[in-house]
Design a protein around this ligand. Structure first.
Ligand SMILES: Nc1nc2c(ncn2[C@@H]2O[C@H](COP(=O)(O)OP(=O)(O)O)[C@@H](O)[C@H]2O)c(=O)[nH]1
Ligand SMILES: [Mg+2]
Length: 448
């Protein structure tokens, strides 16, 4: 059994490697390439991510606190969690990651500022996630816990974040609570997550608020519904109270056992689902690319002209940034280097959006993570503003030129070489065939 599992792990790892190699041969599949890279890393590190999901107010944050045995996360009677929070094993510390790549070390008791819906309404601070390290022995086995904002709250951006994150998790703790029946939003969410996670734990929270008989009725109802929804008899419920701690040990034990002995199985199944999703996404991207390739020449010329104008706007924007930041002076401005790096990430994100908007297909840049030091005085040798400004201008110019060249090349713009055109089309068809084969061969659990 264990031997078979080892073979399966090796098999899926190889499949991810092969797919990655294939994706790398194309200029239009950068986003999928990145996803495949992180999937490979996860397989190699044998790390699994357990996401706690469910509608707001079910007690997700309270449960994570109960599991870890410390009140790390804010809990409240109104929706409070507005950012995905990752909790890993390590020396206690925390960092907030922003959408522009900045990573800011933060005291754990200051986190509410960033992950509280009330203190950071509609995520106006641009937080992308929060990472907490905790020395809780529970995390020692290579588990990463993720607390998500609830789906279906009035704050729509929360649902979006939760959805996006579930794609990256391997196991899911799906949280229900006895004070409300399962509703449509939860059902929809569950059906969407089924495609990505390799393992489900169903928790029924707040059992302290009802008596044993009511609980039995509720559990029977849930089990029945979940079996139908998940299309399997294999549904185990964990009734508990995150508040009083009743039932938490049982869930903990089960999680630990699964994650020790079943880690590879969970990882394999979740990797199969994720690889399939990456391949499906790549195929969709190729579809979009075909649409652009087959544009009538006049339309293509117009579209490229629009792109050119947009790039000119981008040039002016970069100039403005340098000017506004006073990066035209020969003095050292603390923090300016990180600020410009973050600006550069924002620039890349805006370019990506522009391409998507104009051509209807993706173009992808890797966003650099910029770890800010806990003590800014530790920063050594920051170049003077003038130099940083010059670098920023050069880098953004290179981005624009590269983008223009790549677009001309992949769109075969004014390319009179029949050989090149035919080769590209041939390559594209070959890629599509291989991706389809991979997709179809990952259809079932037994395929590995
Ligand atoms: N009675 C009771 N209340 C709970 C329990 N777990 C959480 N709560 C309460 O439910 C509310 C929502 O909890 P929270 O963890 O913030 O929910 P989340 O939005 O799913 O993260 C808070 O007021 C908690 O105190 C429980 O087991 N029993
Ligand atoms: Mg919460």
């Amino acid at each position: 059994m264990e031997y078979g599992q080892e073979l399966r792990t090796a098999a899926i790892t190889q499949r991810v490697r092969d797919t990655l190699a294939l994706l790398r041969t194309s200029e239009i599949l950068g986003k999928q390439e990145l996803r495949a890279e992180s999937l490979l890393k996860k397989l190699e590190e044998e790390r699994i991510t357990v996401a706690v999901i469910g509608q707001f107010k079910r007690g997700k944050s309270a449960l994570v606190n109960a599991l870890l045995g410390e009140p790390l996360l804010p809990v409240g009677i109104v929706p409070v969690t507005s950012a995905v929070t990752e909790i890993r094993y390590g020396t206690p510390r925390a960092a907030v990651r922003f959408q522009n790549g900045l990573v800011r070390p933060t005291e754990i008791d200051q986190l509410a500022k960033y992950i509280n819906e009330q203190e950071n309404p509609d995520n106006h601070l641009g937080v992308s996630s929060v990472r907490i390290f905790s020395a809780s022995p529970f995390l020692q086995e290579g588990l990463t816990f993720v607390d998500t904002p609830g789906v279906g709250s009035f704050h729509k951006h929360n649902s979006d974040t939760a959805y996006a994150f579930v794609r990256e998790s391997d196991a899911v703790i799906f949280m229900l609570s006895v004070d409300t029946p399962i509703n449509e939003i939860e059902i929809e969410f569950l059906q969407n997550t089924r495609m990505f996670a390799g393992k489900f734990f169903f928790v029924v929270n707040k059992i302290d608020t009802i008596d044993a008989e009511e609980l039995k009725t509720y559990l029977d109802y849930c089990r029945d519904l979940l079996r139908r929804l998940m299309d399997t008899q294999d549904v185990t419920l964990f009734p508990l109270s995150a508040k009083t701690g009743a039932g938490v040990e049982q869930l903990k034990e089960k999680l630990l056992r699964e994650c020790k002995t079943g880690l590879r199985e969970i990882l394999c199944e979740s990797s199969r689902l994720k690889l399939r999703d990456i391949v499906v996404e790549a195929l969709a991207q190729i579809e979009l690319y075909w649409k652009v390739l087959l544009m009538p020449p006049a339309v293509l010329a117009r579209t490229l002209k629009r792109m050119k104008e947009t790039l000119e706007d981008f040039r002016l924007q970069a100039e403005e940034t340098v000017r506004v930041l006073h990066a035209d002076r020969n003095e050292v401005i603390p923090g300016l280097e990180e600020m410009l790096e973050a600006r550069l990430n924002e620039y890349k994100m805006a370019l990506t959006d522009a391409v998507t908007d104009i051509f209807g297909m993706d173009y992808h840049y890797a966003i650099t993570e910029l770890e800010l030091l806990a003590r800014p005085e530790d920063v050594v040798e920051t170049p003077p503003a003038e130099e940083l400004g010059r670098q920023y201008s050069q880098t953004t110019e290179k981005l624009r030129v590269d983008l223009q060249e790549t677009l001309n090349r992949v769109l075969l713009y004014r390319n009179d070489s029949t050989v090149e055109v035919v080769t590209r089309i041939y390559e594209l068809n070959r890629m599509t065939r291989q991706l389809r084969r991979t997709r179809d061969s990952l259809r079932n659990k037994e395929d590995l």
